[in-house]
Design a protein around this ligand. Structure first.
Ligand code: NAD
Length: 403
């Protein structure tokens, strides 16, 4: 029997919901590229429920405990005195969500002598030291595609919010004003702008498809160039470097995983190559951008706006520069954890666990690391190495919150 430690975000401040604003969520048959939806033998939750918080338990308790496993769920993830670090010592499997990441650093992996499988309930396994996982023979798997479309919708929302100056205009209404000139002095149409994505995998491509409807000029840069058919269909201009794309684009969206090639890719020098008045949208990972360079570029007016939902580490300090910089549209990390997405990744985690316990192969698209190497989606989209350095700073948030 195994011990599974699962780290989830806290329940809502008013308690775990007893009802929801909608009665159901749409049932999807397949992902856009034909990949099948998560297909566990069964699920013990109703799609549309809050599953990603502690009381939701990803809907896994009945299944795991019913098979005799020990299942520990906690939100207390940071610092050496945390429940996570204590329970990790003899855990066989760790489950964590990128929204509230349980950083699996080399030091923590060294303490977790039984650890064999790290599952990301979502997409993006950069919170695991993938190099250490490879060195220790730990399998790392995530639920590829589960929230890619969720994020692409969020990207379109954030681009429009920044370009059309939605958030300050909304705030004028809340403040009781009718200050039209204040609202529109920073408001433009997206139509006709040059819009580019760094990375055109599942999220980047879905964002491009959605943006086509706005009659913009679309650009992308990618490790793996898309087919000429897709390029023609969407009217895409391919760039062989990020720099070449930045020179032209009014709006840039980042859609690569965080790995050694992309860590701090958007530093001072790279941002300086962007057009004055450009907008940068980052729903990929906070550490792809240099936090101070972003804040400075907004203060100087070089960037007109920055929006996203990803920070480093998470949760960020109360005085993180992105909370107070001008012209931003930041939220906590939420784009990939809508109730719709949760139903998919909870089912995907269960599918991975069912395969694991039955000693059946995990589908290759879910694999990031296996048998000491990057595998599946990991081999396609990541490069080897570790990007968790600095994650220990996260304990400062807990201290400041008095927890
Ligand atoms: P994906 O694997 O389908 O696509 C990633 C693409 O990035 C791949 O096509 C890969 O070739 C490309 N890439 C990697 N390194 C590159 C580089 N240096 N230059 C150019 N292209 C590069 O994954 P996806 O579903 O599109 O997700 C992408 C990332 O988005 C995830 O790894 C995760 O970090 C992030 N994400 C965030 C949320 C959220 O809630 N904010 C949710 C899901 C995913």
């Amino acid at each position: 029997m195994s011990k599974i430690v699962c780290v989830l975000y806290d329940d809502p401040v008013d308690g775990y919901p007893t009802s929801y604003i909608r009665d159901s969520i749409p049932r999807l048959e397949r992902y856009p590229d034909g990949q099948t939806m998560p297909s566990p033998g069964a699920i013990d939750f109703k799609p549309g429920q809050l599953l990603g918080s502690v009381s939701g338990e990803l809907g896994l308790r009945k299944f795991l405990v019913g098979q005799g496993h020990k299942f520990v769920v906690t939100s207390d993830k940071d610092g050496p005195a945390s429940i996570f670090e204590r329970e990790l010592i003899d855990a066989d499997v760790v489950i964590s969500q990128p929204f509230w990441p349980a950083y699996l650093t080399k030091e923590r992996i060294a303490k977790a002598k039984n650890l064999k499988l790290a599952i990301t309930a979502g997409i993006g396994s950069d919170h695991v030291d993938l190099q250490a996982a490879m060195d220790k023979g730990i399998t790392v798997a995530e639920v590829t595609y589960c929230n890619s479309i969720s994020v692409s919708e969020h990207i379109v929302m954030m681009i429009l919010a920044l370009v059309r100056n939605y958030i300050p205009s909304y705030q004028w209404v809340v403040k009781g004003g009718w200050n039209i000139a204040d609202c529109v002095a920073r408001s433009y149409d997206l139509e006709g702008m040059q819009v580019g994505t760094v990375g055109a995998g599942r999220i980047g491509l879905a964002a491009l498809k959605r943006l086509k409807a706005f009659d913009v000029k679309l650009h992308y840069t990618e490790r793996h160039r898309l087919s000429r058919e897709i390029e023609k269909d969407l009217g895409l201009t391919y760039h062989d470097s990020v720099e070449s794309m930045l020179r032209i684009c009014d709006v840039v969206t980042i859609n690569t995983p965080l790995h050694p090639e992309t860590e701090h890719l958007f530093n001072e020098a790279m941002i300086a190559k962007m057009k004055r008045g450009a907008y940068l949208i980052n729903t990929a990972r906070g550490k792809i951008c240099d936090e101070n360079a972003v804040a400075r570029s907004l203060r100087s007016g070089h960037l007109a706006g920055y929006a996203g939902d990803v920070w480093f580490p998470q949760p960020p300090d109360k005085d993180h520069p992105w909370r107070s910089m001008p012209n931003h549209g930041m939220t906590p990390h939420i784009s990939g954890t809508s109730l719709s997405a949760q139903a998919r990744y909870a089912a995907g985690v269960r599918e991975i666990l069912e395969c694991w316990f039955a000693k059946k192969p995990i589908r290759s698209e879910y694999l990031i690391v296996e048998n000491g190497n990057l595998a599946g989606t990991g081999a396609h989209s990541y490069s080897a190495g570790n990007v968790t350095s600095g994650s220990e700073k996260v304990a400062r948030y807990k201290k400041a919150a008095g927890a």
